[in-house]
Ligand binder design. Structure first.
Ligand SMILES: [Mg+2]
Length: 227
């Protein structure tokens, strides 16, 4: 009995330590950011794994009102159409909603704090519209964050560990998918959202079809070759 209790203790200790170590390698430790924290209640159904909708942010949910490649601060956000009813439906299906954003110019533009504040504002906006977004993550610039930047699967792997620790459930990749505007190198300037879906072994949804833009003759919003 003592033996198994010790194993549980050290197992938990090393799981938590692994997450803590994982958090320490990019932004300065004195900053308290909201990314990588649970932002809305979630209860897994039944006994299975957790299905996750990974959702890109820039040019998928928002664009910068001032015309930057990404919003510079929470007041610089223009909301793209068609998103609220679709994300509401995902809530009804008990799919965990996770924003995953490449921010390759952070902390040069915007700062760590402003990048976090913009993404938190996105979560709060949807909350005001009745949509629960459970999590957001972003990958900053520099070599030290490369493994987290899409198309690499780092942000998916981190959430998978979080779900395992929090709910003792795996992430159900067969029912999970990525929604993002970077689907085609030639047309979009990058295919990093599609690449993330492939690297992580989940499905891919193009926002133009997913949010109903293509029915209105729109493929993308924002400047196509901003990266
Ligand atoms: Mg995007």
């Amino acid at each position: 009995m003592k033996f198994s209790a010790a194993w549980i203790f050290w197992g938990l200790f090393f799981s938590l330590a692994a997450v803590a170590v994982d958090e320490s390698y990019d932004c300065p430790g004195h900053l308290t950011l909201k990314r990588r924290t649970l932002l809305a209640n979630y209860s897994p159904l039944g006994q299975g794994g957790v299905p996750v909708a990974f959702i890109d942010v820039d040019k998928t949910l928002v664009v910068s009102t001032q015309g930057h490649s990404v919003p510079s601060e929470p007041g610089d956000i223009t909301w793209l159409p068609g998103t609220v009813p679709v994300l509401s439906r995902l809530n009804e299906e008990n799919i965990f909603l996770a924003l995953v954003s490449n921010q390759k110019d952070t902390p040069v533009f915007p700062s760590w704090e402003n990048t976090d504040a913009v993404l938190l504002r996105v979560v709060e906006h949807f909350q005001q519209m009745g949509v629960k977004i459970h999590w957001f993550d972003f990958a900053g610039g520099g070599e030290q964050n490369a493994r987290d930047r899409k198309p690499n699967p780092g942000m998916g792997l981190r959430l998978e560990r979080f779900l395992q620790i929090t709910y003792a459930r795996p992430l159900d990749r067969s029912r999970s998918f990525m929604v993002g505007d970077y689907a085609d190198k030639d047309l979009d300037g990058s295919d990093s959202d599609l690449g993330f879906a492939r690297a992580f072994g989940i499905g891919f949804r193009d926002p133009s079809a997913f949010f109903g833009w293509s029915a209105q003759g729109v493929r993308r919003f924002g400047k196509p070759f901003f990266r």
